[in-house]
Design a protein around this ligand. Structure first.
Ligand code: ZN
Length: 174
């Protein structure tokens, strides 16, 4: 089992799991994650400096629980309705990072250009900005997906759909 070096349970789990009623985080919860995405999160942290998950009132930057009323943490996520049906967060295959030092565009660029180092990152969201803060965040995931040009991750924008590596490297976010 891979336990991340740089991220605490609070940063990657919702409070129901990171701060359970008995007050003690159960380390078996790390099994909810695909270990590849935890390894990639540590790699980004090592290469690009401090990066947090949940912070400033945000939750769900890592693993997300289903929010249906009857749902409990013991249920699977097959019946989650509150997220995009292809969201990888309820399956523990995605993380939203909030870098402190480097800007998000330069980190995405490094992931695109160093595809062997970031082998397990298959998908990056681009053009995403916090509703209140206006700040971009770094969504990366290891979904089962065909890689893009020359093995680079697929780049997807909620505004533009799939965007080519060349276009993104030249023009950045929109
Ligand atoms: Zn995300």
């Amino acid at each position: 089992m891979y336990i991340p070096k740089y991220f605490t349970p609070k940063e990657l789990f919702p409070p129901e799991i990171s701060i359970p009623i008995n007050g003690k985080f159960d380390p078996r919860n790390w099994r909810r994650f695909d270990e590849r995405i935890l390894m990639m999160a540590d790699q980004i942290r090592e290469d690009h400096g401090p990066m947090t998950g949940n912070e400033g009132g945000l939750t769900g930057c890592g693993f997300r629980l289903p929010i249906k009323k009857h749902a409990t943490i013991h249920q699977t996520c097959w019946d989650h309705y509150d997220f995009d049906t292809l969201s990888q967060h309820p399956f523990g295959r995605a993380i939203d990072g909030h870098p402190k030092e480097k800007d998000v565009f330069s980190i995405r660029k490094s992931i695109i250009l160093n595809r062997f180092k970031y082998l397990h990152i298959h998908f990056l969201e681009i053009d995403i900005f916090g509703k209140n803060s206006g700040k971009p965040w770094l969504h990366f995931d290891c979904r089962n997906f065909t890689r893009g040009t020359n093995g680079a991750p697929q780049l997807w924008s909620p505004k533009r759909g799939f965007v080519s590596v060349d276009e993104y490297l030249q023009w950045g976010d929109k």
